[in-house]
Design a protein around this ligand. Sequence first.
Ligand code: TXA
Ligand code: MG
Length: 341
Amino acid sequence: METKVFQPDQLTAAAAELAAGELVAFPTETVYGLGADATNEAAVKKVYQAKGRPSDNPLIVHVADVATVKKYVATFPEKAVKLTQAFWPGSLTIILPLKPGAFSKTVTGGLNTAAFRNPRNQVTLDLIKKLGRPVVGPSANTSGKPSPTLAKHVLHDLAGKIAGVVDDGPTGVGLESTVIDLSGPTPTILRPGAVTKADIEAVIGSITADHHQVKADEVPKAPGMKYKHYAPNAQVYMTADADFPAAIAWAKTQQVPFGVLATDEILAGYPELEPTYRFSLGDSIVTASHHLFDGLRHFDQLPEVKLILAQTFSVQGLGAAYMNRLAKSAGQQHFEKTGGK
Ligand code: TXA
Ligand code: MG
């Protein structure tokens, strides 16, 4: 299958592919999603196939408005009213109990809940409106690889497997949305994102967060939490600012080219490193989040790179989401001064 690249003014053609049961990747403010008509089970099945995604990992349902959510859910609690008013359209995905049979098992992974998201991207909101039905959209990467923040990342992973991608340039945040579960007694963050715990608590009061690394024999609240994510080909070491001198000295003894993923300020200290082995995270947690997945993908293009030193940030605000994704890409490994591992 030839994968078409649709420009934002070609949404009629992109919506026609979705209506015909084909897959079209779409931009959002977080990462690119892999779209299918949520009401067409055969189309949704293709999403799992194209990504190589385990079938028990449910998909996020993307909607153009709150009214669509109300058609499918068993209840729309007061907290959902407040959170959607405060953060939609935006990077907050909300899990709610469904009316029986609202979506196929292929969408929900057999759960009686679904995750809803109203992305802050006008092109995609228009695409969903043109289709007139909700659109499932996991991140548009091969399962286990970093999420795509550029249309070229989508094409790298999925060209030939999907009908098209709507190219709206680089995404904004660069990390996937915050996922909050409102289906139980206590609202719980299952995945940290740009809408932070403090942002949410300012609107609905105290909540909990549960996004620890799930063990192999544990049943996770968000099925996706048990899978290895964002895994580049090289081993990533999380490296604190103060540890870079020791980490770089150690990496130089390893007899293999290594990559450094850090802010301009850190990179400026190592002018001897080849440009292709340095990838800038910019100058702040905001730019670092925007560039993280692109940086991991950059080093995947360089098979000789066997290790990557990647900068840590404090686990505050957006830093919670950045560190969550970085820790997954590193398999939780930190560089420590004591000999490297
Ligand atoms: O920013 C985003 O959320 C992107 C863009 C494309 O919208 N989408 C995205 O989707 O990251 P995905 O499928 O890669 O991640 C969805 C996460 C998974 O960890 C999944 O297990 C969890 O949400 N999830 C989905 N439905 C759920 C449900 N009913 N209960 C618990 N977790 C659920
Ligand atoms: Mg994903």
